[in-house]
Design a protein around this ligand. Structure first.
Ligand code: MG
Length: 166
């Protein structure tokens, strides 16, 4: 009746790309490289939703070899994952996202990203948490070569015993 899912994603920085985090464009000289718009917050969130419901991962549903998804807006991956959950009678209870990287600092954008995620997920902002951490300059992320993201979600069955309380 309630199911938990986790998602994880990494993307490398590259030139001539917009940096999009949680559907919000960030002012930064580099963007993330990927087949889609490389919005790793939305990728980790979508993977967590699919994971909770035993539906595999976004790579199975949105192959990076499929030209249809080239440079796509990752909010479509999220809405597709939410639609699959809805077909099974599940909705998002809450989500907790963590961005990992040295730069850019999330602070100035945190509220906008949260508001946008609330809109995309049809969820109250109080059920959405966005955190950031660094790797203390260790490893590739610590050398500012890219960013990582982790997400945990709780999915609640509509009409189930926890419905309405979570
Ligand atoms: Mg990704």
């Amino acid at each position: 009746m309630i199911r938990i899912g986790q998602g994880i994603d990494f993307h490398r920085f590259g030139p001539n790309r917009k940096l999009i985090l949680g559907g919000v464009e960030i002012d930064y000289p580099l963007g993330l490289v990927g087949h889609s718009d490389a919005d790793l917050l939305l990728h980790a969130l979508s993977d967590a939703i699919l994971g909770a419901l035993g539906l595999g991962d976004i790579g199975q549903h949105y192959s990076d070899r499929d030209p249809r998804w080239k440079d796509m807006d990752s909010s479509l991956i999220l809405s597709g994952s939410l639609a699959r959950a809805q077909e099974l009678g599940y909705y998002l209870g809450n989500l907790d996202l963590t961005l990992i990287g040295e730069e850019p600092k999330l602070g100035p954008y945190r509220d906008r990203i949260r508001t946008n995620l609330a809109r995309l997920c049809g969820l109250e902002e109080s059920r959405i948490n966005i955190k950031a951490t660094t790797s203390e300059t260790m490893g590739d992320i610590g050398k500012k070569e890219g960013l990582g993201a982790l997400c945990i979600v709780l999915m609640v069955k509509k009409g189930g015993p926890f419905s309405g309380t979570l």
